[in-house]
Design a protein around this ligand. Structure first.
Ligand SMILES: O=C(O)C(=O)C[C@]1(C(=O)O)C=C[C@@H](O)C=C1
Length: 379
């Protein structure tokens, strides 16, 4: 068993995090952990004979202590002291980082977590909120959550949670999503009446599912749907999920690439307790959220602060301002909104700082959610 800085009941360490997070909100003692079995180490050290003046072969103490040192250094059971190069490496590949994602094993979000932090320990969470809280309470180091999809659009829940929680966006990762139709072995496509999946996944396969005439049933995540089909051994239903989920839950792929467009990409956000220091050495993006007074042209004016400075906007999303969703004016009621904007510039760029200073002059609220490197990988 790995030694974890945050002690959780075994079910939480191995089985993911459920919605009840009240058990632990302590900070860990150390950020880095060693993958070493300490109980084995104690047994190993105790088994070593104690140092005497000389041993049965007549070797003196200094020779023996060198041998001992070598044994201890070479032992795979003992942790090696961390070196600076290891620290730098673990930061770049995410090793030893615990990353929360929503769903069960085999979910696309798990693949996104692994793409973002290649050697991380991916920790499944029941809900999006749980993943946010797990980071806030130091149960994990990061969360990787979907924010938008090229076919299905925005994942509104996560926009709302970004504002409700105090995490920072430290990166983004784009994942090509290729859906399969999974059923139990022996079940043919003609036997199917129902299909289970995450609502986003069902929406991304709208055309295929309509052609097949299947009744949609929404569940928490794609891999959860696959798990349910396998565990309940149903023969009239299939799951929309990944080929990876088929392997994990022992299902048969009855149809491949069933998404409505071959370019089906989901963008995920990497979230952390602390922001990263924005740079100018690569392409950066900044995400902000703001609200405005009601009135003609106010949104036009807000977006002009970027246009005037040649700053490219990559996303704009509006969400109801939950605590004050309606505003009364002149006997009429207006909806009140929050605007989420992503723009292509780093907060280290003076031009971006000027744009936000300008926006601040008339925005009723403004928060920078993060300034982070753009995911430029080709999909
Ligand atoms: O259900 C999953 O596998 C997820 O990771 C969730 C999710 C989403 O929320 O959009 C992620 C990627 C796909 O777009 C479909 C579903």
């Amino acid at each position: 068993m790995a030694v974890h800085a945050v002690r959780l009941p075994a079910t939480q360490i191995h089985g993911g995090i459920s919605a009840n997070l009240s058990q632990s909100n302590r900070k860990p003692n150390a950020v880095f952990r060693f993958n070493c079995d300490y109980s084995k180490r104690c047994r190993y050290v105790a088994a070593l004979p104690s140092l005497r003046e000389d041993d049965e072969h007549g070797r003196d103490n200094s020779v023996r202590s060198m041998e001992l040192k070598k044994i201890l250094e070479d032992s795979p059971l003992l942790p090696k002291p961390l070196s600076s190069s290891q620290l730098a490496e673990s930061e770049s590949n995410g090793s030893r980082v615990r990353v929360a994602y929503q769903g069960v094993r085999g979910a696309y979000s798990e693949s996104a977590a692994q793409k973002a932090y290649p050697k991380c320990e991916a920790v499944p969470c029941e809900e999006f909120d749980t993943a946010f809280e797990a980071v806030e309470r130091w149960l994990v180091d990061r969360a990787v959550l979907p924010i938008e999809n090229s076919l299905g659009g925005s994942i509104h829940r996560n926009y709302d949670l970004l504002l409700r929680h105090n995490l920072h966006i430290v990166g983004e990762v784009k994942l090509a999503v290729r859906h399969c139709l999974l059923a139990n072995y022996g079940v043919n496509i003609e036997d199917l009446r129902r299909v289970l999946s995450h609502p986003q996944a069902l929406a991304q396969c709208e055309n295929t599912l309509t052609k097949l005439g299947l009744v949609r049933e929404a569940v928490d995540d794609t891999a959860g749907a696959a798990k349910q089909i396998a565990f309940e051994k149903v023969n009239d239903a299939a799951a929309v999920a990944s080929a990876e989920a088929a392997k994990i839950y022992g299902l048969n792929i009855v149809a491949e690439d069933i998404q409505d467009d071959c370019d089906n990409v989901t963008r995920f956000l990497m979230l952390a307790r602390e922001p990263i220091i924005p740079g100018t050495n690569k392409l950066f993006k900044t995400s902000i959220v703001f609200s405005l007074e009601e009135g003609p042209g106010v949104l036009f004016k807000a977006l002009a602060v970027f246009a005037l400075r040649q700053i490219n906007l990559t996303k704009i999303e509006s969400r109801p301002l939950r605590k004050h969703p309606l505003r009364a004016s002149g006997g009429l009621k207006y909806f009140d909104y929050l605007f989420y904007v992503d723009f292509e510039a780093s907060m280290a760029d003076e031009v971006a700082q000027n744009a936000l200073r300008h926006l601040e002059e008339f925005a009723t609220f403004l928060r920078v959610l993060g300034s982070y490197p753009v995911d430029t990988t080709m999909l």
